[in-house]
Ligand binder design. Structure first.
Ligand code: COA
Length: 379
């Protein structure tokens, strides 16, 4: 007779909705306010650079001019990939999801890094710098390789935002384009215990190295319920095509029980402050590129979803029309998210190592007990 399974009497929180798993001082959400280290996202989006925000997330304070110069120099000199890796990229399959390509290349970086599995703070910071600097280089190299072009190396005297656009399009971006893209990177850099940051923390809690944590996070971000939603929003807007088709499209989608991508949020109930900033950007940029209907459809959909379902739009909603207007291919939207969010993942891994305890929740067992093995011929 087998031992009875110990009954678990605690509450079950599907999706960990009400669960606080750790203390963190990196970022927080209070109502519709998002703070990075105490600064509002509006303040940072209006005044900071992405590089300053990465410093803030990792070190906890806004850098002095000198700290920022040293940090940016280090970060920017880490953007380049070893030239031989481009030959390797050309041998990899490119008709894959770019997030899978990114995952594979980060795995490749692990194999070449002698510090790969060191978990001390100094080694983790060095690897964070390489990771935060290179995700954009890998994503843009992927785009060039799949278009039959040789990837471009970044220019170390330029920012991550400038280089992303330059390496993607093969031409020097203008100042306004860079500023807008830099703002997008700031808006996506961290978001408290979102699913991918949580994945990164779970992996690092086993004292696995930061590459493993970032790979876990990349896999988590890819899903359409998380970072993958921005791609789905763009596909949805292109499918709807024009504002006059929108209401009928929405009714049909809701009647068939579909989730409308870019809407709803586990934490924000009154509005996502990042979406507000992106909405204004979408309004401007869609007009400039001659596709105001992308914004008009988005704004109308936001209104209708509020009326019909009481749901707010999230960061992935207006970023879709913004990235589309910037000429970024749709399947690179989630990798663009990763180019920014890698900064937050690294901050979470650094914080997790400082006060680590392995994550090990329980599952309430609802399967059978008391079964006795039956020899295969008797089944
Ligand atoms: N479209 C239609 N209905 C939605 C919806 C959406 N985008 N988001 C949530 N709902 C509905 C659910 O169907 C559910 O209804 P029910 O209670 O009648 O079953 C209810 O709202 C609660 O949704 P649930 O999925 O349980 O909320 P959650 O907190 O677990 O999930 C999200 C939050 C963000 C994953 C969810 O809103 C979603 O899937 N959104 C679309 C994907 C997306 O935009 N992701 C990016 C997040 S930043």
């Amino acid at each position: 007779m087998s031992e009875p399974v110990q009954e678990y009497t605690g509450a079950i929180d599907r999706g960990l909705e009400g669960v606080v798993t750790c203390t963190t001082s990196i970022s927080t959400i209070e109502g519709s306010t998002l703070l990075y280290r105490g600064y509002t996202i509006e303040d940072l989006a209006a005044h900071a650079s992405f590089e300053e925000v990465v410093y803030l997330l990792w070190y906890g304070w806004l850098p002095t001019r000198r700290e920022l110069e040293e940090f940016s120099t280090d970060l920017h000199h880490s953007m380049a990939l070893p030239p031989e890796s481009f030959g390797w990229f050309h041998g990899l399959p490119t008709r894959v999801h770019p997030m899978d390509f990114l995952h594979a290349v980060i795995a490749g970086m692990t194999l070449h890094d002698p510090d790969a599995n060191l978990v001390n703070a100094a080694a983790t910071l060095r690897k964070s710098t390489r990771l935060a600097a290179r995700v954009g280089t890998i994503v843009t190299a992927y785009q060039r390789v799949r278009s039959g072009q040789w990837p471009l190396q970044p220019l170390p005297d330029k920012s991550i935002a400038w280089n992303f656009l330059y390496m993607l399009k093969g031409a020097e971006p203008d100042e306004q384009e860079v500023r807008r893209f830099d703002t997008c990177l700031i808006l996506h850099a961290d978001h408290e215990l979102n699913a991918s940051a949580f994945s990164a923390r779970v992996t690092s809690s086993t004292l696995s190295g930061i590459y493993s944590s970032v790979m876990a996070a990349i896999g988590t971000l890819k899903g359409p319920l998380h970072g993958g939603a921005n791609e789905q929003v763009a596909r949805m807007l292109l499918e709807i095509k024009s504002p006059d088709r929108l209401e009928a499209w929405l009714e049909a989608a809701l009647a068939s029980g579909e989730k409308i991508m870019g809407f709803g949020h586990r934490v924000y109930k009154e509005g996502d402050p990042r979406a507000k900033i992106l909405k204004a950007m979408s309004r401007e940029i869609t007009r400039e590129v001659g596709h105001p209907e992308m914004y008009e459809m988005s704004a109308r959909l936001e209104e209708l979803m509020g009326q019909r379902k009481g749901l707010i739009c999230n960061v992935d909603f207006y970023s879709a029309s913004v990235y589309h207007s910037m000429g970024i291919p749709i399947d690179l939207f989630t990798p663009v998210f990763a180019t920014s969010r890698v900064a937050g993942w690294c901050a979470h891994v650094l914080e997790q190592y400082q006060n680590n305890r392995i994550y090990r929740p329980r599952g309430k067992y609802v399967g059978p007990t008391g079964e006795v093995y039956t020899p295969i011929d008797e089944r």
